[in-house]
Design a protein around this ligand. Structure first.
Ligand SMILES: NC(=O)c1ccc[n+]([C@@H]2O[C@H](COP(=O)([O-])OP(=O)(O)OC[C@H]3O[C@@H](n4cnc5c(N)ncnc54)[C@H](O)[C@@H]3O)[C@@H](O)[C@H]2O)c1
Length: 257
């Protein structure tokens, strides 16, 4: 396999939820390029299989497990299957998330609210719960949770429910980080700004319309790329960030500066 010259994660097993698309897929491939065995998890088997194909085409080792992060039984099975197949879980990137249909607070429907809380917040909590249970009995590990700059760092009209779940992820990350660092589990979050995936498009907007809007709006003058988020996640997962505990790393081209 053509590992990059650093191969920071050789011999490690990394899990990426929401690994079937977007930032999750890019990060899964980046971990594999640097030597990790990567398990991608999500609800859609075809998209997960495509991520595994991309990982293998890049010379990496990867595998897929179908799991819905809102279901405790799915997460328990995901962690058990990962450990059965590869013996250990060293790194978890809890990336699965949803934006929902944007709506001001007073016209938001209960179903959208419940889905956002279940996916973005309960999903991260359940993932951490089972990841930590394994890691604390097997010599520790590293967890990175997906938050957003639209959360603890920035307010955007119409995204209040989404932002509330992501701000909660940021807070939960810091609480868990303090609770488990003495057990060798280092927990942080990443908060991207708009990244070039369908999620950063406004309703009805094309990719190029999104790109032009963000060129005007963002201090850096362009949308973020999935690889730029992957690079931040890999740094948080690596020993280079060994003294970084309970941090929510904003990677947003200056949007919330
Ligand atoms: N794209 C952006 O601009 C941006 C900015 C900040 C944060 N984020 C966050 O990054 C993460 C990835 O987003 P993306 O832009 O790659 O979009 P995406 O839609 O490609 O990724 C989300 C992934 O999560 C999966 N998922 C959703 N609900 C799930 C569930 N219940 N169980 C398992 N998997 C589930 C989806 O299938 C998908 O693969 C999300 O948490 C999102 O909130 C994205």
């Amino acid at each position: 396999m053509q590992h990059s010259s650093t191969a920071r994660f050789r011999g490690q097993v990394a899990l990426v939820t929401g690994g079937g698309s977007g930032i999750g897929r890019a990060t899964a491939v980046a971990f594999a390029r640097e030597g990790a065995t990567v398990v991608v998890a999500g609800r859609n088997p075809e998209r997960l299989a495509e991520s595994v194909r991309v990982i293998k085409a890049a010379g990496g080792r990867g595998d897929a497990v179908t799991a819905d992060v809102t279901r405790a039984a799915d997460i328990a099975r995901l962690i058990a299957t990962t450990v059965e197949r590869y013996g250990r879980l060293h790194i978890a990137f809890n990336c699965a998330g949803a934006l929902g249909t944007p709506s001001p607070v007073a016209t938001l429907d209960e179903g959208t609210w419940a889905d956002l809380v279940a996916t973005n917040l309960t999903g991260v909590w359940l993932s951490m719960k089972y990841e930590i249970a394994h890691m604390r009995d097997h010599g520790g590990g590293v967890i990175i949770n997906m938050a957003s700059n639209v959360g603890a760092h920035l307010r955007v009209p119409g995204l209040g429910a989404y932002a509330a779940t992501k701000a909660a992820v940021s807070v939960l990350t810091r609480a868990a980080a303090r609770e488990y660092i003495r057990e060798g589990i280092r927990i942080n979050a990443v908060s991207p700004g708009p990244v070039a995936t369908p999620m950063s498009r406004m309703p009805g907007e094309t990719d190029s319309e999104r790109d032009r809007r963000l060129q005007r709006q963002l201090p850096i003058g362009r949308v973020g790329q999935t690889d730029e988020i992957a690079a931040a996640v890999l740094w948080l997962a690596s020993p280079e960030s060994s003294f970084v505990v309970g941090h929510d790393l904003v990677v947003d081209g200056g949007a919330s500066a």
